[in-house]
Design a protein around this ligand. Structure first.
Ligand code: NAP
Length: 357
């Protein structure tokens, strides 16, 4: 077992292995105990969503020595939060859970090694990236960051206090607890509309609270939503507070447009048993700061070839800048990122006996 001490100095974080006391003018951020692996990989992939799994499939098929690190115990990423997937070619209906399982089984059948772990930092030394996790440090020539994204918070009173007590970010996971009850969904994108459609199957009544007078969800989803009798859309409405003591009892909303008499309608309270927040996602870039350039929202800047501005580091799926975040576009990214990683190791003359992708 080695001891690693993480230091911070002049905006640079670094870690070193010591058996003596640390240098005086640096502040210790944390002490890491773990194993630095002697094995050198061609490719380490972070995240087992559709992007990461596809990158893994393409990586092992190309003969790259590959390992995929996933922080959860199961593969699928955000796919796991989807009740039903019906827009993946060749599969007309499948649950998110089943698709995640199928992804993992497929990748493993081709020999992809999937280990549990979450990268808390990446550094480059002697031509190798060192990917630090709680248990181990992996050495690799290339890294594909496919860590996905997590739900954005509303940031209103009651949200954190009642999380898990009626406040949810996953209708597919928690919707069944609200059978015959009244719920609200916040948002106007694909996720919110899908959630409202899903909840309408189990709940007596569903409010869709949206801050504008137009949804941004796909037309097909909007059409399905409009057919449902037990869904009411509250347009131009902002959530001000989530109400309740030990569970959600209501939501305070404010109508943001003047009514016909040109008067602001002000705030009102709505009785609900649960509230599902689906107002977009935030990239999972924690621990990866500084490894490559990000845009103003924190997404890694990369084009279709998934190359970032750091040679050898690639970003795939929801964590990269891209116009459309879907399972199928994430999977496509995974393939492109693996092809770019293969090209990188070939150009640097470090791949032996590669197969075609
Ligand atoms: P999204 O497309 O970014 O939509 C977020 C929605 O939340 C928007 O309607 C936005 O309002 C609203 N919003 C954002 N911040 C808010 C705030 N502070 N208060 C109130 N409302 C707020 O996010 P998403 O629906 O989670 O989808 C994320 C990505 O995954 C998208 O690319 C989407 O296409 C994809 N996705 C695809 C599927 C599918 O294909 N089946 C399913 C789910 C998600 P405005 O409209 O006013 O900006």
């Amino acid at each position: 077992m080695l001891v690693c001490i993480v230091y911070w100095k002049k905006d640079v974080s670094m870690y070193q292995i010591y058996d003596e006391s640390p240098v005086k003018d640096m502040s210790v951020l944390s002490v890491w105990k773990g194993e630095i692996m002697s094995k050198k990989y061609d490719l380490v992939i972070l995240g087992a969503g559709p992007a990461g799994i596809t990158a893994g499939i393409y990586g092992v098929r190309a003969g790259l020595e590959t390992v995929l690190l996933e922080k959860n115990y199961v593969s699928g990423g955000q796919v796991l939060n989807t009740y039903e997937v019906d827009n993946y070619p060749g599969i007309s209906h499948i649950s998110g859970l089943e698709l995640g399982e199928a992804f993992e089984n497929h990748a493993k059948s081709l020999g992809l090694c999937i280990e549990q772990g979450e990268a808390s930092g990446i550094h480059k030394e002697d031509g190798f990236f060192q990917i630090v996790t709680e248990e181990k440090t992996y050495l690799s020539r290339t890294v594909i960051i496919a860590a996905g994204a997590h739900p954005r918070l509303l940031g209103v009173t009651g949200e954190q206090e009642l999380a898990g007590m009626g406040v949810s970010y996953c209708a597919a996971c928690d919707g069944a607890f609200f059978k015959d009850k009244v719920t609200a969904v916040v948002g106007g994108g694909d996720a919110a509309v899908e959630d409202a459609i899903f909840l309408a199957r189990v709940c007596r009544k569903v409010y869709l609270i949206h801050r504008r007078d137009q949804l941004r969800a796909a037309r097909i989803l909007q059409d399905r939503l409009m057919e449902l009798d037990n869904v009411e859309i509250l347009w131009d409405s902002q959530v001000e507070e989530i109400l309740g003591e030990d569970h959600v009892t209501g939501v305070k909303i404010r109508h943001t447009q003047p009514d016909v008499d040109n008067k602001e309608k002000g705030s009102r309270e709505l009785s609900v048993d649960g509230i599902f927040i689906a107002i977009g996602v935030v990239p999972n870039n924690q621990g990866l700061e500084g490894i490559a350039a990000v845009d103003e929202s924190g997404y890694f800047v990369a084009g279709e070839d998934c190359r970032t501005d750091t040679p050898g580091i690639f970003a795939a799926g929801d964590i990269r800048t891209k116009p459309l975040r879907q399972i199928v576009t994430a999977a496509a990214d995974g393939a492109n990122a693996a092809a770019s990683a293969l090209q990188y190791v070939e150009v640097h003359g470090i791949v032996k006996g590669c197969k075609t992708m």
